[in-house]
Design a binder for this molecule. Structure first.
Ligand code: 6PG
Length: 242
């Protein structure tokens, strides 16, 4: 497993580095007449990235060449404050410069088992397939302080090896139902980036990046792409104990 680490002075510079990466990839893919398929996570960390893209990247990214999918979703209405799509919509996707047909949200409001099936079929219809699983170009992941990523938690870590690309999950504390990509689809991505900022991430990042024994129970510890690489984009607070 190759952990590539990129450390920035603060959360904004971390978000900007990922925005610049998306800009570079999108322009390259456009020059190759290819579509850049990105899977987005929810939670609080991506908000700054979405805001930055909305405020500063309208004319820098060929948005028609970029398609957005989700890593996971909470089983709530899209207008609910807990909705991952809702947060992304309010900060970025309501902007008219992003083609609506390029946005493939998980429908958290629908029956979870049905939506997991629908979304899995959509991925096989829309994305290239390698080794029987869909292939994203860029997977943007977050990490919880319990070592979860997407909605794969320590208690249901077996979702890392599921033969289904999308499954129903549940938050261990809130019991909130979730829809999530599973391990073989996540790890099938060309490029995988964990975005983590703030001091509250420092302990979990130290344990995972230093490959401490306790990290064996963390789903995030097993995430790597097809060539065994995973990238960590962190601010100095999150990286302080590595
Ligand atoms: C979700 C996410 C989840 C998130 C982590 C980190 O729906 O909650 O996709 O996996 O990335 O919980 O969340 P924060 O960015 O809020 O710390």
């Amino acid at each position: 497993m190759i952990h590539k680490q990129y450390i920035f002075k603060n959360a904004e510079e971390t978000a900007r580095a990922i925005a610049e990466l998306i800009k570079g990839k999108a322009n390259y893919y456009k020059s190759e007449s290819r579509l850049l398929n990105i899977a987005l996570s929810g939670g609080s960390t991506p908000k700054q990235l979405f805001q930055l893209l909305a405020d500063e990247y309208e004319n820098q990214i060929p948005w028609a060449a970029v398609r957005f999918f989700w890593v996971d979703e909470r089983c709530v209405e899209p207008t609910d404050a807990e909705s991952n799509y809702g947060v992304a919509y309010d900060t970025l996707f309501q902007k008219s410069f992003i083609p609506a047909e390029n946005i493939f949200r998980m429908k958290g409001e629908d029956v979870p088992t049905e939506e997991a099936k629908r979304y899995a079929k959509l991925l096989y219809d829309e994305l290239p397939v390698w080794n029987q699983f869909p292939v994203f170009d860029l997977m943007l992941l977050g990490i919880g302080d319990d070592g979860h990523t997407a909605s794969i938690f320590p208690y249901n870590i077996e979702l890392l090896n599921s033969e289904l690309s999308v499954e129903v999950s549940q938050h261990p504390l809130s019991r909130q139902k979730r829809i999530t990509l599973t391990g073989k689809t996540i790890c099938n991505a060309e490029q995988i980036i964990f975005m983590a900022v703030g001091e509250n991430k420092s302990k979990i990042l130290k344990e995972i990046i230093n490959k401490e024994a306790v990290a064996e129970k963390y789903p995030a510890s097993y995430i790597k792409n097809r060539v065994g690489e995973v990238e960590f984009y962190m601010d100095i607070l999150a990286a302080k104990d590595i």
